[in-house]
Design a protein around this ligand. Structure first.
Ligand code: GTP
Ligand code: SPV
Ligand code: MN
Length: 592
């Protein structure tokens, strides 16, 4: 398959360490993948779903103790603790290699070692990068074949180069106590043991495309971000692109595939999906910032996805998709999850594998699907996938949007005064935690740029890198915004309708970018006046409701500023002076 010496040497080491019964090179061909699917079904790793209703689709159940990313067991292993910074768990690289190799030693005995060559980004794109993952899991192989570009072509592009990322995954015994997801940014090395869940084991995704890549990006002058990429086509046929960074399970896939409200569609507005989770961005020849999606599929949250909230995502999952930890409808061998429709199947198998009467089971308050159950679907299935999806040079970005789940305080949308203020806005993002990671749900925590779990180096240096990129981009830099779809009323209900109606906010954002939309200056930045957001066709939502979620409460923001001051202390001298200045401005603007 390859004669690359650095690859072959490492694979020899892996084979000696892991002691597999068999070694299989994944070539990416449909014939080989079909054989893998058959084997995975025979072993019970996958279950084939209804071929008529869901052609080429499968169901997988993880171990009950292995259903989400494990942030507490995720480590950045750099020579010094300072390089990993205050937002990461750190361990010493040499000690950690030893510990992990001891855990993995002999763990492929009786199993097959699959070798997966993959490209993050269109193969051969100047923005793409290559990784090699070894795994003992066919589920991982089949998911990687959807999520990345896998196959023999990758070896051709790699040639003799040593510029590739090593990834060792071993399921071992799925032992929680010995579960580790470790990154060695200086060595381009990832090791993941004792898990079989998505973000912990599909090493091209969070481990490479964010943790390792963010470190590479800082050194090489580009950006690796937890962002969707969306194209909005106006009635004149011009397409403008925005990226948006929201924490896990806070709406990236939904915004990336939204269907604009009827009034917009009638006028000729269209939305194109370039990416739903990760953006790699680099200044182009014209000085603007260009983004590619390094992935080739979507690993999306199933619960809440339905024909109304996200019809494009639902359509994307109707063929060639692997479902993880959703419920099985035994009547017709299809899948179900909370929020798909109001009819849970009577003859159901809940996500852990127990047969239940779904109607009674859910009525008693149980969930048939795990809250972090997911679909892995090919991007090419998506009805609104961008024609630019495979273009290696990427798309030019007009606006960068930050956001998160905030029940109060943060308005529906606001714009930064300039780049550095925008970086400040990203750095102080806080959001209520979700089921995408293990641990309590609904706890407000700081999640700068939605990168808290994903930045592979000191977050203080990451902030400085953002400031520096602003200097490189100058007046060609994207405009920066913050949104919050999640303000709630006194009964805890979301006030803003969200989903497709988020187009109304995106329209204002694009209007700000080309100078056609109005705004007022407030202590926290530029906000639309209520009249500046188009509410035409919206039912049960009045301009008074809008005013409520556009309100900026000076007292609340003074409290926020005090809280940010505490948060910023954790970065010590690594906090860029430019951000300290921004905090002083917020304090001054919100003082009585
Ligand atoms: P990751 O894949 O974990 O990175 O998540 P994500 O950011 O792509 O989140 P996703 O779009 O899958 O949405 C997660 C949850 O938020 C789903 O249950 C959605 O139904 C819900 N959600 C998404 N957009 C909105 C919105 O505009 N309003 C409200 N109220 N909920 C939303
Ligand atoms: C997230 O948690 O942000 C995801 C899913 O996109 S995972 O691949 O598990 O990280
Ligand atoms: Mn994500």
């Amino acid at each position: 398959m390859t004669t690359n010496k650095s690859v072959l040497t490492w694979l020899d080491e892996m084979q000696a360490l892991l002691n597999p019964d068999k070694v299989v090179w994944v070539d990416g061909s449909e014939a080989q993948l079909e054989q893998f699917r058959a084997e995975a079904c025979a072993s019970g790793d996958l279950m084939k779903l209804n071929e008529e209703k869901l052609p080429g689709c499968y169901l997988h159940r993880t171990a009950v103790n292995d259903v989400a990313r494990v942030e507490g067991r995720t480590f950045i292993c750099t020579p010094t603790k300072e390089e990993a910074g205050p937002t990461n768990n750190w361990m010493d690289p040499q000690e950690t290699y030893k510990m992990l190799f001891d855990i993995a030693r002999g763990s492929y005995k009786g199993r097959t070692m699959y070798i997966i060559p993959y490209s993050m980004g269109p193969i051969g794109s100047p923005l793409a990068k290559i990784g090699v993952e070894v795994t003992d899991s066919l589920y991982v192989v089949l998911n990687m074949a959807i999520m990345t570009r896998v196959g023999a072509k990758v070896w051709d592009v790699l040639g003799d180069s040593t510029d590739w990322v090593k990834g060792l995954h071993s399921r071992c015994d799925i032992d929680e106590e010995k579960r580790y997801i470790c990154h060695f940014p200086q060595d381009n090395y990832i090791i993941s043991v004792n898990s079989g869940y998505g973000g912990n084991v599909l090493l091209g995704k969070k481990c490479f495309a964010l943790r390792i890549a963010s470190y590479q990006a800082k050194n090489e002058g580009w950006m690796a971000e937890h962002m969707l990429i969306l194209g909005v086509e106006n009635p004149q046929g011009e397409v403008k692109y925005v990226t948006a960074a929201f924490p896990s399970a806070c709406g990236k896939t939904n915004l990336a595939m939204m269907i604009p409200p009827e009034g917009y569609r009638e006028k000729g507005y269209k939305v194109w999906t370039v990416g739903d989770d990760i953006a790699w961005m680099r200044p182009g020849k014209d000085g603007r910032l260009y983004a590619i999606n390094p992935e080739n599929g979507f690993f999306g949250v199933a619960p809440g996805t339905n024909a109304k909230s996200n019809p494009n995502a639902l359509a994307t999952t109707r063929k060639g998709t692997i479902f993880t930890n959703v419920a099985l409808n035994k009547d017709d061998n299809t899948v179900w999850w909370e929020g798909l429709d109001k009819n849970p199947p009577v003859n159901a198998v809940e996500w852990k594998g127990t047969e239940v009467n779904g109607v009674e089971y859910t009525a008693a308050g149980n969930k048939l699907a795990h809250p972090n159950s997911r679909f892995t679907a090919p991007a090419k299935n998506c009805p609104c996938v961008s024609p630019e999806f495979d273009k290696g040079e990427g798309v030019p970005i007009s606006a960068i949007i930050f956001g998160g789940r905030r029940q109060k305080t943060t308005p529906l949308v606001y714009q930064s005064r300039d780049w550095n203020h925008g970086v400040f806005m990203g750095s102080v993002c806080a959001s209520e935690t979700t089921a995408a990671a293990t641990g309590a749900v609904g706890v407000l925590r700081h999640d700068p740029m939605a990168m808290k779990p994903f930045c592979g180096y000191n977050m203080g240096d990451y902030f400085q890198h953002w400031i520096d990129m602003g200097k490189v981009l100058g007046d060609k830099a994207p405009k920066i915004f913050n949104v919050n779809w999640f303000r709630v009323d006194e009964n805890g209900h979301f006030i803003w309708p969200g989903f497709g109606d988020n187009m109304r906010v995106v329209e204002w954002i694009l209007g700000r970018c080309d100078g056609t939309a109005d705004a007022v200056e407030t202590p926290i930045g530029f906000l639309p006046k209520a009249e500046d957001i188009n509410l035409e066709g919206l039912k049960d939502f009045t301009i008074e409701d809008l005013k409520g979620i556009l309100a900026v409460d000076k007292k609340e923001w003074a409290g926020e500023a005090a809280e940010i001051e505490e948060f910023y202390k954790t970065f010590g001298d690594k906090l860029p002076a430019a951000l300290r200045e921004q905090l002083e401005i917020l304090k001054k603007n919100t003082a009585e």
